[in-house]
Design a binder for this molecule. Sequence first.
Ligand SMILES: Nc1nc2c(ncn2[C@@H]2O[C@H](COP(=O)(O)OP(=O)(O)OP(=O)(O)O)[C@@H](O)[C@H]2O)c(=O)[nH]1
Ligand SMILES: [Mg+2]
Length: 463
Amino acid sequence: MSGFVDEAQLHVKAGDGGAGAVAMRREAHVDKGGPDGGDGGRGGSVWLVATTNQSSLLPFRDHPHRGAENGVHGGGKKMHGARGKDIEVPVPVGTRVRQSDGTIMADLANAGDRWMAGEGGRGGRGNASFLANNRRAPTFAEQGEKGHEEWYDLELALVADVALVGYPNVGKSTLISRISAAKPKIADYPFTTLEPHLGVVRADDDHNFTVADIPGLVEGAAEGKGLGHQFLRHITRARALVILVELDPVTGVSPAEQQRVLIDELRRYQPDLLDRPRLVVGSKSDMVPDEFLPRTVNVETFDRAELAAEAAADAAAAAEADSDEEEFRPDLVISAITGQGITSLVGRLATMVDGARTAEPEADGTIVIHRPLPEGFTVEKIGDGEFAVLGKAAERAVALNDLTTDEAADYVQSRLKRIGVDRALAKAGARDGDTVHIAEMSFIWYRDQPEFIGQPTSRRRRR
Ligand SMILES: Nc1nc2c(ncn2[C@@H]2O[C@H](COP(=O)(O)OP(=O)(O)OP(=O)(O)O)[C@@H](O)[C@H]2O)c(=O)[nH]1
Ligand SMILES: [Mg+2]
């Protein structure tokens, strides 16, 4: 299963909006027709969709780019350009999406979850839209907006009902192969399992649950020791945990010590893992003579009163006993070879998973997290007498096909004034004659009439 890849990068490029058209009506008997340039179509958006048909981020390793179609430009006779088609990019269930600064943008934990990774650019309005009383024949139209473009980091955290946690070689893979159809590699040496596997366990006719077999953990795993660290993430979504402890360990780490270390590693990696329901299970019981098997905690009945009584009795016993001698009290002992305790283990896991599932809020299966729309604008002083206006609202106001005509300049000026760019610039200390950059455009700023000076060749830093 070397196709297992749980980290990858994704580059998203949504479609650009089509440009609005500049056109004038021409009719034989009409002297001078009005403007009839149509709008450009919206660019296609890029969606991520969680699917169970994929279990790895491998497809993104070699081909990280996903793009959607551009919108079509508007035409004459008020013809609007067609929209670019959206695309849906399948990702495995359990995929998290981060921005390059680490912010989690989406967590696609359920099959069918969808998230818009890149919004298509709006189409520009054609000159027909700019007809006004004081503007009978506008010769400008809007450019289409650029589609959203971004590099994301994808990481996959398996979604399993139960995760098997244990030292290397304690029998995790043997257990999963015994209770499910999964066939992981099993060998008589530690660190046999190099990547997580999922198995589906059929508890009875209407109870299924999934189990994840994770590579073995050792002390220091949370800090990156051994193989375990990079796989601890795959435990984070499990509803229940099995702490599998070898009863007669070849490694010489006593059962009590294994349990202590494992719990400690989980706590250090993510403290709330300890709030998950868990079973401590002693493995390879066939290797230990019956009379030396540890006493198990009796929770077969899940009777709370009984549990509380047991815990109290344990505490009292521990207080009395010499505290150096830790007693190991698993919930259950099993042998994957003889089958001892296996039916009981599966039954108890099914009950735990059922309980955890019912306690969960129902997934709505739609969009996970919305990107807050970066509307509005901000003004930044970037040099002496030089300012940048950042943000969609301001960029839209200047995104015209032709800024050189007076009527276009008038339009831009009134629009910037209306949305408050004028005031914001004055507040930031801009004075007449200063240079102002908006998107790729630069202006000499006069409050009553900004003067367009061109598109700088070097791309400016954008937000
Ligand atoms: N006697 C006995 N041997 C077992 C039992 N379960 C597993 N083993 C043996 O223990 C060895 C390790 O088993 P695995 O299932 O590969 O252990 P693991 O926990 O997956 O090990 P890693 O993948 O290295 O973390 C193999 O030789 C198994 O045959 C058991 O119940 N009884
Ligand atoms: Mg294994």
